[in-house]
Design a protein around this ligand. Structure first.
Ligand code: FE2
Length: 509
């Protein structure tokens, strides 16, 4: 993109938020409803509230933490679910908390700290909830000047060129000090030499790290009707930007990158703002009769793209993608029939009404960029629900065969009703090696951590935490990736539990 065009794009994105269009929540007290439900369903504590701004403790370790596994698992997630007595109406509206599990020398130390976003500081100064969320707005909600007013830094983590960033979906990354987890502030990628910068623009929560160490990401600007693409060099500078007009806009959460293309699924969850909407989600309409558009963008020319179509579906997360020499792309996704888990489940659970709705099943996709066709098929038995796919980071955007994900078998659900298994799935052989957690534990995202010096996808561990609702503890578990069914080979137990988070990254060191 030429410099003048980029400058124009930044101007278009400067205020993409539909200011003043949100009605206030008129519901009864959600805090009271949630507290009552907690007595009947104690595992709802996983969606409870934090009781302090910072946590720190050495963990009680058991099993064998390998000497070669040294580094930090950084994770973020919505954690501050109540603001001066106002309970958020959506799981994703919680103020972000950054975690660091520091692993080495046979021990594990955990620290966590609320991200001091502009929103958090403004609400603490005002002594009340000020800003609208996905599903509702608090009484007397403030007007908006741009997306960063609402930035929660609560969704995912990027560690790039020495910087630790907490990501949201619709605004700037937040830079976090990797040592003490203090908040540096909103971070703007900029052109080399400090030229044009991406201040206050949408930067989604799932950037993809390419084989050359550069980073691809997208963002959606609903009011501007634009999808934007960012390419950040391995040196941390903005290398290129592009845009595609999308009408109607939707809410893509993740995407995939191959050797030659960027691929997004655009579900028919159409942006149609109305004056009486009670939250950003309610500015959208689910239209299952419309197709799920598939956008394919040329990495080498971000202005070159085409659309394909799939049946209506909703996808939060993809595992990975790759493209062969004939231009055929293969990728995988946790595919739900509709967005009800976001629009209903994650709202209702905040007032203590557990109803997990229509969950995702893992699918494999085959996209032929020359014939311009796409097809999909289920990867697992129909009773297996999946989420939080991850890969060996060394095969990101390249050919892969192993996936880590969480799952639930519909025919034998846990008492808490949500995900309860961790898996290593071999795409080529179809072998699923899995472990079922006790019903007293709810797993969070688990990641593949390669053994240093090993060949990609050959040797490694699976690292992930669980929320133990009966003991009120978080436990970090380590599996041998080749023997998942044997259960954890090591564990690190914390003396406290923090509400369920979302995504993280393991940083060797
Ligand atoms: Fe995500």
């Amino acid at each position: 993109m030429k410099r003048r065009e980029f400058s124009k794009l930044l101007a278009l994105l400067a205020c993409p938020w539909p200011a003043g269009a949100l009605a206030q929540a008129g519901d009864a007290d959600w805090s009271t409803q949630f507290a009552q439900a907690l007595e009947e369903f104690p595992w709802l504590a996983a969606w409870g509230n934090i009781d302090r701004d910072r946590y720190a403790s050495d963990a009680a370790v058991s099993g064998r933490w390998p000497e070669e596994l040294r580094g930090t698992l950084y994770r973020t997630g919505p954690a501050g679910h109540e603001v001066f007595g106002y309970r958020n109406h959506h799981w994703f509206d919680g103020d972000g908390m950054m975690h660091a599990y520091r692993i080495g020398g046979g021990g594990v130390r955990h620290e966590a700290r609320l991200v001091e976003t502009a929103k958090l500081k403004a609400e603490r100064a005002a002594g009340r909830a000020l800003y609208p969320g996905l599903a509702a707005a608090p009484p007397g909600a403030a007007g908006l000047t741009g997306p960063d007013d609402l930035n929660l830094a609560n969704t995912s983590v990027l560690h790039h060129h020495g910087r630790l960033l907490a990501l949201w979906e619709a605004g700037s990354p937040y830079e976090i000090d990797p040592d003490d987890l203090s908040t540096v502030g909103p971070y703007s990628f900029a052109e080399p030499g400090g030229g044009l910068s991406m201040r206050g623009v949408p930067f989604s929560a799932h950037p993809r790290v390419d084989a050359d160490g550069s980073v691809w990401n997208f963002g959606y600007a609903s009011a501007a009707g634009l999808l934007v693409f960012w390419h950040i060099g391995a040196d941390g500078s903005l290398r290129n930007a592009g845009r595609v007009a999308v009408d109607p806009m939707t809410m893509p959460h993740d995407f995939v990158v191959t050797e030659r293309h960027l691929v997004l699924l655009l579900p028919p969850f159409h942006y149609r703002p109305q004056a009486n909407a009670t939250g950003f989600l309610n500015m959208h309409q689910w239209r299952p009769e419309d197709p799920c558009r598939v956008l394919v963008v040329d990495k080498n020319d971000l202005s070159s793209h085409f659309f394909l179509e799939l049946p209506a579906q909703w996808v939060f997360h993809f595992g990975n993608a790759w493209e062969d020499s004939a231009g055929v792309i293969r990728f995988d996704a946790a595919r739900a029939p509709d967005p009800s888990i976001m629009t209903e489940t994650f709202t209702e659970i905040m007032r203590g009404n557990p109803d997990y709705g229509r969950a995702a099943r893992h699918h494999a996709y085959r996209l032929d960029t020359r014939a311009r066709t796409i097809s999909e098929e289920a990867m697992l038995e129909p009773e297996i629900f999946t989420e939080f796919p991850s890969i060996d980071p060394r095969v990101s955007c390249r050919q892969y065969r192993k996936l880590v994900f969480l799952s639930q078998n519909e025919s034998s659900p846990a008492e808490h009703g949500t995900l309860n298994e961790v898996n290593l799935f071999d795409i080529e052989s179809g072998r699923r090696d899995w472990f079922r957690y006790p019903d007293t534990q709810i797993p969070e995202e688990h990641l593949y951590v390669p053994r240093p010096g090993s060949e990609p996808e050959s040797e490694g561990w699976i690292l992930g935490s669980v929320f133990d609702w009966r003991q009120g503890k978080q436990v970090l578990n380590l599996f041998d990736a080749e023997r998942v069914a044997d259960g954890p080979v090591a564990a690190a137990e914390l003396p406290y539990a923090i509400p369920l988070g979302l995504h993280g990254k393991f940083v060797r060191g």
